[in-house]
Design a protein around this ligand. Sequence first.
Ligand SMILES: Nc1nc2c(c(=O)[nH]1)N[C@H]1C(S)=C(S)[C@@H](COP(=O)(O)O)O[C@H]1N2
Ligand SMILES: [Mo]
Length: 549
Amino acid sequence: MKGTSRRRGMAALAGIAAAVLGAGAGELLAALFAPSSSPFAVVGGALIDAAPTWAKDTAIAWFGTADKAALLIGIAIVLLALSAAAGIVEVHRRRVGVVALVVMGTAVGVLALTRADAGMLAWLPSVLAGAVAATALRMLVRGASFAGAAAAVAPESVNAPRPGSVRVGDSAPTPGSVPADERAAGTASGSPSISSRRAFLVWAGGTALVGVALAAAGALTKAGSAAVAVARDALRLPRAASPAPVAPSGAELDVAGISPLITPNRDFYRIDTALVVPTVDPAEWRLRIHGMVDHEVTLTWDELLALPLVERAVTLSCVSNPVGGDLVGNAVWLGYPIRELLARAAPHSDADMVLSTSADGFTAGTPLEALTDDRDALLAIGMNGEPLPLAHGFPVRMVVPGLYGYVSATKWVTELEVTRFDRSRAYWTDRGWSAEGPIKLQSRIDVPRGGGGVDAGDAVIAGVAWQPGSGVSGVEVQVDDGPWERAELASALSDDTWVQWRTPWRAEPGDHRIRCRAIAADGTSQTDAIAPPAPDGATGWHTISVTVA
Ligand SMILES: Nc1nc2c(c(=O)[nH]1)N[C@H]1C(S)=C(S)[C@@H](COP(=O)(O)O)O[C@H]1N2
Ligand SMILES: [Mo]
């Protein structure tokens, strides 16, 4: 029967369109967060691993170097066939096709977790793909007003008349209602009416197109970051003309669980507004210094590398770091003093701010003074002996000792505009954060962990304290309502870095409250006044509770 085969074709199309949308969503999510968890890569990788040698040999014999492309195309064909079947089943047995798609996504998600390079969230892109496909299938089938299992009344999304459009076979449509003739056609002949069929094709086609667009966006993202990652891997950083100070003996305390003096790159907190990590090719990178200057300056990557670079250990903190939080880290940065570049540009005497812009449009407003005084604000290219990691600003970022990141540490920086605070606003100052952001004196207890248990007897309380720019002269610790005791302070790497501290503690059974406060270089004590991060940084004493057993 003609109506039946047509209905079946539409159902298959609904399944295919839904699967393309789901797959596209899964591929994009994977490309953004974990390329190896791409549903296609997972299935393809598993098949390659599971295939017997003869199958691999045959594939190579048949397809040569296109064997991987052939495999992916094969997977796509199987996927489309399965989802076409899911579409047909869905029309006859409501929910069964939808559930099949969810099961397919979940199965690939489970498979993703078994892959060697799987992260904890490796299942997510596949499960999302299944869920999106299932939702899309449900909506398409419902919208098409198939007879039988599907609802006879179509939802507005597909059949509601749009202003100014007159539908075939539809004399006087009322918004949101399905014309009687159409409903009759749907139920009587068992095949959707012409107008809804046309709308269905538009919806199904649109759904598939969106899926293709998502997948294409994912592919572009991956290709861009792969190329820049290759460029980064090939880099050899120049030696620093002025190396970082060697850590004095006693800068690193021997306490299990304390923050290391230098935060490894992989553990360094990451904060930015970039959904996709910007990919900037060093060969194409330029820094333009302009605005209120006598001379515009443009700097290329090769020119920057040829300058005498300095290495400085600097603790960077996010203004959003709550008291006791971990949005703070200490790294050795390799770069060129921004002071020297600004000197070339010769800022006007009435300028007081530098608005830095990143490749992705983020901006920070830094006091000109902080970039020209002797604190070694850096245009950095290296982090702990490596080129900057992509997520930390490759190829070039700013690092300014003493200032929160949002007013100073522009990653992927491409532009410095010399201007005035009363003329320019930056990304976060536009959103209510303070225009100036000096890092506040802070200290944190790393050991013992708050909320945890401690064995009775000899224990240690330890952590870090910082006020980059001026340094820390001491830390005091209080247990319960006891006296504030001076902790042992490790040697400082520099005034721009955090300092470790510790104090012995005779832990008696029971619940205890421990708190700490730092003492600034000038002797003032860290305030106990509690302030939230907004608008210019949190204050208060880090306080933890522990139970001694
Ligand atoms: N391009 C760009 N640079 C940026 C940001 C951003 O959103 N975009 N965030 C800033 C903020 S708020 C902080 S705290 C630091 C964090 O640097 P990190 O991610 O290397 O730790 O980067 C700063 N530089
Ligand atoms: Mo930040």
